[in-house]
Design a protein around this ligand. Structure first.
Ligand code: SF4
Length: 259
């Protein structure tokens, strides 16, 4: 594995560029596996007899992609020559939440999976519905300037940690101080914070696979902003059925500088 030579970089647009044969194979496996699993479960969701079965089928896609990503990251850190050094360098800890004040880009599948968890907790539902209007329409820089915490942040920790989206799951930092600076001074131009790249590459591969499955089935395949998307599902759970029927019902993610 060549992580030592590329750690700190952002995921590449061409996901497989610059990786060795084994890495390219793993990227392709994650993408294809996510695609296959999504086609299967989206098909189940479309023919489900009720909303609960529909929600379960869509949530299963998010859960499986999360499991694959977590397993692959753990295996890498265990097996790679520089794995232990990377693990020791990762600054992320429970209670450190400087990165939970930014926009989170997520697929419709992730948003539906997260909404299914959030709806079981009345306080979280309230938090999402109160926050959504405050962040609606903001781009990444506007959101950073607004300093609005993620509505799923509770006592400094992610309240849906096991079910958090891939963007959150795959993001690590080698420097918590830099994350704090990014939060406090969003207008100051800086080099991107140094991160462990491999999980982000695999998360992007899973996203590509799932979005490809949506396209193949004629579904809106855009990404959405997490808070806005979850709020849309909580306000109107039937929106997922309409999406599964091929309607373009979700507002597309708005990315700008650094997003
Ligand atoms: S979903 Fe969890 S990890 Fe992601 S931004 Fe929100 S609180 Fe943070």
């Amino acid at each position: 594995m060549g992580e030592a030579t590329r750690r700190g970089g952002a995921p590449k647009t061409d996901l497989e560029k610059g990786y060795d044969a084994a890495e390219r194979e793993q990227i392709a496996r994650v993408r294809q596996g996510a695609h296959r699993h999504a086609v299967l479960n989206l098909g189940r969701a479309r023919t489900a007899g009720d909303q609960s079965a529909r929600t379960d089928a869509v949530a299963a896609i998010h859960a499986e992609a999360a499991r694959v990503l977590d397993d692959a990251t753990e295996s890498f850190l265990r097996a790679a020559r520089d794995g232990p050094a990377i693990a020791a360098r990762i600054a992320c800890r429970k209670g450190c939440a400087f990165c939970c004040y930014v926009q989170v880009e997520a697929t419709v599948v992730e948003v539906s999976g997260v909404a299914a968890v959030v709806e079981k907790d009345a306080a979280l539902v309230r938090s999402v519905l109160e926050t959504a209007p405050r962040v609606a329409g903001l781009d990444a820089l506007g959101r950073a300037r607004a300093r609005v915490p993620c509505p799923l942040l509770r006592d400094g920790a992610c309240s849906i940690y096991a079910d958090r989206p891939r963007s959150c799951r795959a993001l690590t930092s080698y420097d918590a101080r830099r994350c704090e600076d990014d939060l406090n001074q969003p207008d100051v131009p800086r080099e991107p914070t140094r991160t462990f790249t491999w999980p982000r590459v695999l998360a992007s591969a899973a996203t590509e696979g799932i979005r490809g499955a949506c396209r193949d089935l004629g579904l809106q395949d855009c990404t959405v902003e997490l808070t806005e998307g979850v709020a849309a599902v909580l306000r109107d759970p039937a929106i997922v059925a309409r999406w599964l029927a091929g309607e373009a019902v979700f507002p597309e993610y708005k990315a700008t500088r650094g997003a």
